[in-house]
Write a protein that binds this ligand. Sequence first.
Ligand code: FES
Length: 115
Amino acid sequence: MSARPALGHVLCRLDEIEDPGARGFVFGEGEDRFAGFVVRRGETVAGYVDACPHVGVPLALTATGYLTRKGDYIVCSTHGALFQLADGLCVGGPCAGRSLRSWAVEVVGGEVLAA
Ligand code: FES
């Protein structure tokens, strides 16, 4: 069974994520491990499973290193694939045309929750 957090689980406060910015979260370990990340743009968030569609490895080397320097795309640190912030579609790199798997998250009362 995946350690993906249950509906309503508080991940962090929205203001703990840079704008634009992203933050990764890991739950459980071994076969149950679930890793996801949340991208913030203003008051909106989008969540994705932290696995590149190219090879399946985590995208970032650090807990917040998911975006390009300008903050306009999600970038995979392994081979440089670029993904749109809003829908996770890969628009450049070895997995162009494929998408990150979404992870439902929402903002409620200034907190980011699993949805
Ligand atoms: S593993 Fe992400 S681009 Fe290759």
